[in-house]
Design a binder for this molecule. Structure first.
Ligand code: 5GP
Ligand code: SF4
Ligand code: MG
Length: 461
């Protein structure tokens, strides 16, 4: 998901949030929402669809105020697209009114939900994010201090959360103690206010200057008294999602000091050394495979070429909820260029193989277009384990690398050869990260935050 927040008296904060969410649209396309506080109350507007489908002039004009939070949703396993699940979530318990936008997934939602139900608190969607909003609201109602409500919730929430929260007059940003999902702070010019965004590309679009990332376990507060920071919960072992660099983030973002674009180039270069291929051309699978393909070409000396054209108007295929839609999605989305490919031996670079649909279909299309050999090179290691922290990499039985050897996969997808970057190679692609320490669970199976009930549900492991 994408989260975005603004504190800027005198600015059109709803419009800024709308722009911010558009820059972050790649992080989720199911629903979009904006909540605005004007000092007295909070108004929220949200719906299913892309940011530009949900927000038009009249809808934005109705959102007046000086503090805003926004969200674009990507639903994780099981949770269907629904209006109730769209964010920001409002919690109104007595006089305590807040709006919360969450990126990540909590792993102990069930026990949190049970506590709230015991207290007689009504839940509409029952999602982890709604539960978090209500938990914060419920404690705040007792203590009358929002920071205590947030701190309390942070003591109890387990899993991944990068959150922005608005009261009628204040913006808060806070992040789980492992720092799994990203969140950064920017400053508008001439002291006009503050912006918080999942990625720096959201700061760029509103003209905010990057200041720093929100630290793991930190709560940052922005209001008319200025900016304050406190530790909501002790930081734990750093575990930033390494997959953000591989696939999720936009290439023009910088995460914890590391340019995502440069990281992807480095991955291609390192993979060219780890798994060279004898070929005539290097192609990248658009969009996320392109910088890595350029890196691979640079390092190997094999020329890079465009060779697969992407339809800009089709969303991310992976995010389609069913397998049939995903299959069709790949055809709609990618089309090879026969004039480039015919008679050529290709190295094809993609960012990841999850279920294997993309590679299998693509190889078939490349052969139909006249490729004589197709060598698949993947700039992430084998995805063997599900993600429980906000990216839908599915259950183990769906993950092709968890169920086949490399040779079996290569044969199944019809490639001449197949290789993945090593985990160390991937880490080495991130030389500029200020505080290294990654979640790599989908590759290694080592989960930085325990998953209650996981072993029970997947007893075959
Ligand atoms: P597959 O077809 O193997 O299931 O998916 C791999 C392809 O899906 C890659 O081309 C990758 O760019 C894309 N993809 C889109 N969204 C995601 C995501 O959330 N996680 C992963 N791992 N890959 C994704
Ligand atoms: Fe990221 Fe993978 Fe960890 Fe999920 S399991 S947070 S995708 S590294
Ligand atoms: Mg892709």
């Amino acid at each position: 998901c994408a989260v975005f927040g603004v504190f800027a008296p005198g600015e059109d904060v709803a419009r800024m949030t709308c722009f911010g969410l558009q820059a972050l649209q790649h992080r989720g396309q199911e629903s979009a929402g904006i909540a605005v506080g004007d000092g007295e109350t909070i108004m929220v507007s949200k719906d299913l669809g892309l940011v530009t489908q949900v927000f038009d002039e009249s809808r934005l004009a109705a959102l007046e105020g000086y503090v805003a939070v926004g969200h674009a949703r990507y639903s994780t396993s099981g949770a269907a697209a629904s209006w109730e699940a769209a964010q920001p979530h409002i919690s109104a318990i007595d006089e305590i009114l807040i709006a919360l936008a969450h990126n990540g997934t909590l792993v102990n939602t069930n026990s949190l939900r049970a506590r709230l139900i015991d207290e007689g608190i009504q839940l509409r969607a029952g999602t982890d994010s709604e539960v978090a909003a209500k938990a914060i609201g419920s404690v705040t109602q007792k203590t009358h201090h929002l920071r205590e409500g947030i701190r309390y919730a942070m003591q109890y929430m387990e899993g991944a959360y990068a959150m922005v929260l608005a009261s009628p007059d204040t913006l808060y940003a806070f992040r789980d103690p492992n720092g799994i999902r990203p969140l950064c702070i920017g400053k508008l010019p001439e002291g006009r206010g503050w912006v918080v965004s999942s990625e720096t590309c959201g700061l760029d679009i509103v003209g905010a200057e990057y200041v720093r990332d929100v630290e793991p376990g930190e709560i940052v507060r922005f209001n008319k008294d200025g900016v304050t920071s406190e530790q909501g919960v002790e930081p734990r072992k750093r575990a930033s999602c390494i997959f953000e660099y591989v696939y999720f983030a936009r290439p023009d973002s910088v995460m914890d000091g590391q340019s995502v674009y440069q990281a992807r180039r480095n991955m291609g270069r390192i993979l060219a050394r780890e798994a060279p291929a004898d070929a005539d051309l290097v192609l990248g699978v658009p969009d996320s495979g392109i910088p890595s393909a350029m890196g691979f070409a640079f390092e190997s000396g094999i020329p890079y070429s465009d060779g697969i054209v992407k339809n800009r108007y089709v969303g991310r295929t992976f995010i389609q909820p069913t397998q049939a839609m995903r299959q069709l999605g790949i055809r709609l989305k990618l089309n090879p260029l026969p004039s480039v490919i015919r008679g050529k031996r290709l190295v094809v670079i993609d960012d990841s193989i999850v279920r294997g649909n993309t590679s299998k279909k693509l190889i078939e299309m490349l052969r139909d277009a006249g490729a004589t050999e197709v060598h698949m090179r993947i700039v992430s290691p084998e995805v063997m384990w599900p993600c429980f922290y906000g990216i839908d990499t599915d259950t183990r039985d769906q993950l092709i690398a968890a169920n086949m050897t490399n040779d079996e996969m290569c044969e199944w997808m019809g490639a001449d050869s197949l290789a993945f970057i090593s985990l160390q190679g991937l880490r080495d692609s991130l030389p500029d990260v200020r505080t290294p320490g990654y979640c790599e669970a989908c590759f290694s199976g080592e989960y930085p935050v325990d998953i209650p009930a996981y072993t029970a549900r997947n007893s075959f492991m």
